[in-house]
Design a protein around this ligand. Sequence first.
Ligand SMILES: *Cc1c(COP(=O)(O)O)cnc(C)c1O
Length: 352
Amino acid sequence: MSRYLSEKYSALEVYTPGEQPRDMQYVKLNTNESPYPPAPGVVEAVTAEARRLELYSDPVCADLRDALARRYGVARENVFVSNGSDDILNFAFMAYAVDGAPAFFPDISYGFYRVYADLHKSNYRQIPLKEDFSIDPQDYRGLGGFIAIANPNAPTGMALSMAQVEGIVQSNPDGVVLIDEAYVDFGGESCLPLTAKYDNLLVVRTFSKSRSLAGARLGFAIASEGLIADLDRIKYSTNPYNVNRMTLAAGVASLESDDYNMANCRRVMQTREDVAARLTNMGFEVLPSSANFVFARHPGTDGGMLYRELKKRGVLVRHFDAPRISDFLRITIGTPEQMETLCAAIKAILEG
Ligand SMILES: *Cc1c(COP(=O)(O)O)cnc(C)c1O
């Protein structure tokens, strides 16, 4: 850091992304990417747009917003798209939880909520998960402030029902409730239908996981016209062209083959159930997952050790050195072959 950097940033504890090592080929199960390639038509659409890079992208993102509106049965005015859903989370904290405004999110959740809360000087409180690592929806009733919940939650994979989310949204009419549905296509219950009924509900989604486009950076939000207009104000105050041409085209093409994406999600869910059963057989405690990863610990085995031993054997998983979860591994669901390699490596470590 230079001595010129504002104290606002120099004191900030930044987000640590999962490692993307280059030293060797790993079985990469650490950042919840899809093991399957993007939908047919995506590469062609991106290539065609690459020939027009001298032109700015469409700041309205009309084609993609219309495609999403059709896919989810809402109007274009209810859809916002951005450069990854992280961008939208940032905008939401900036819009609703800035300069001391109250914000609430679980103590164990997506790490970026805390970073954005710090960045925007939210007056935030982290609400502990229950003993079984689930979210108690009662804890979020009538809080009177901005609320961010990942549903399914990360890194636990555990989900709330739409009815439970509705209770939270309904009891907080004076605050925006952001539901981050990054993993909902893997078996969660989406609360999208509630956006027609509640003007304070902001549903955030991403193309990164269920649509195999992590590298394209594409996220979207669905909400009341008012909330979407708020996000637009922030976007037009920062970077109106924040989704590039190739990514806009990738998104439209991906939705044209959305059956392919949803079929991949079902494959991942099937693999997840197989892996969860195998890990359980090896003595692991596996939290019930509605996501494209499992969160598991082996009684009497140090999580950090397991992580390091797996890495030595070429298998990369995510380990969080944090209170309550330091013995857990978050394991992305890959192809059946990749999970075979994982299970064999774990077996060798436990037996060695
Ligand atoms: C992966 C993830 C995101 C970020 O998604 P991008 O669209 O790739 O920025 C947001 N929220 C949660 C809970 C995630 O796991």
